[in-house]
Design a binder for this molecule. Structure first.
Ligand SMILES: [Zn+2]
Length: 251
């Protein structure tokens, strides 16, 4: 059986040494999701892996399955972007690591992998280059990722009567159900946290925004705690992950 090879831009999530010159590399592939491959001799071969065996690097890898399809070998790599700016800033580096840990814990299979790869690279580029970064960026990343996985809540209208929610309206948002209801329909459903029309529309806007639209984004002070709380409940309910002792764990 001939061994199967593919060459693809990937994102290095983490790596570990297992012999003097060998390491394993967990990386995100836009076609296959989270994969682990072995870079035999990778820690000594400057020619085959020049500067590309570092977490948070965007790398073009040539990869091969062994002849029985049991494990992956990384044959060679070319560095595309190491996002060096975020490595020089501990706060941004911490945010990037938090995002990558969530990606590694949440992603299963190949579905949506291309969209998630693009979104994650844009997030790292944002952390690498933007002058100002919102403090809640990791939560924003997790919430947007939850939307990309298909749990996007419609926060522009009532889920029951389809009436548009406008500024000045009172509404109720149930993040676990991903449902917004107007004040009339809430009587029937009795679920959700009270939100103003303005807050619902702001949440709708930030959940739809890609990193290109993040510059200058900040949370209005009066909604700060409400937004952080609602986004956190929304992500935990749909992705089933909580941050415990430095990592994301299934609830
Ligand atoms: Zn309604």
């Amino acid at each position: 059986m001939a061994r199967q090879e593919f060459t693809e831009e990937t994102l290095v999530l983490k790596l570990g040494q297992f012999r003097e010159a060998d390491c394993w590399v967990r990386f995100f592939s836009p076609s296959q999701g989270v994969l682990t491959g072995f870079a035999f001799g990778g820690l000594k071969s400057r020619k085959r892996f020049s500067g590309c065996l570092d977490p948070l690097s965007r790398v073009l890898f040539r990869v091969a399955w062994d002849r029985f399809g049991r494990y992956l070998t990384l044959c060679e790599g070319s560095l595309i972007n190491r996002f060096s700016g975020l490595h020089r800033n501990m706060s941004r580096f911490g945010m990037a690591v938090n995002c990558i840990k969530f990606l590694e814990a949440s992603h299963i299979g190949t579905e949506n992998a291309a969209a998630i790869f693009r979104f994650t690279c844009k997030t790292l580029h944002f952390l690498d280059t933007e002058e100002s970064v919102p403090a809640f960026l990791p939560l924003l990343y997790r919430a947007r990722l939850t939307c990309v996985y298909g749990y996007f809540p419609d926060l522009s209208m009532c889920a029951c009567c389809r009436r548009d929610i406008k500024p000045g309206d009172k509404a109720y948002f149930a993040p676990a159900q991903g449902v917004l209801t107007c004040i009339k329909c809430r009587t029937a459903h009795r679920q959700g946290y009270p939100v103003s029309g303005e807050l619902a529309l702001f949440l709708d806007r930030i959940l739809q925004a890609d990193p290109e639209q993040w510059p200058g984004l900040s949370l209005p002070e009066q909604w700060n705690q409400s937004i952080l709380f609602l986004l956190d409940v929304y992500v935990q309910a749909h992705m089933g992950l909580v941050w415990i002792k430095g990592g994301f764990r299934r609830t």
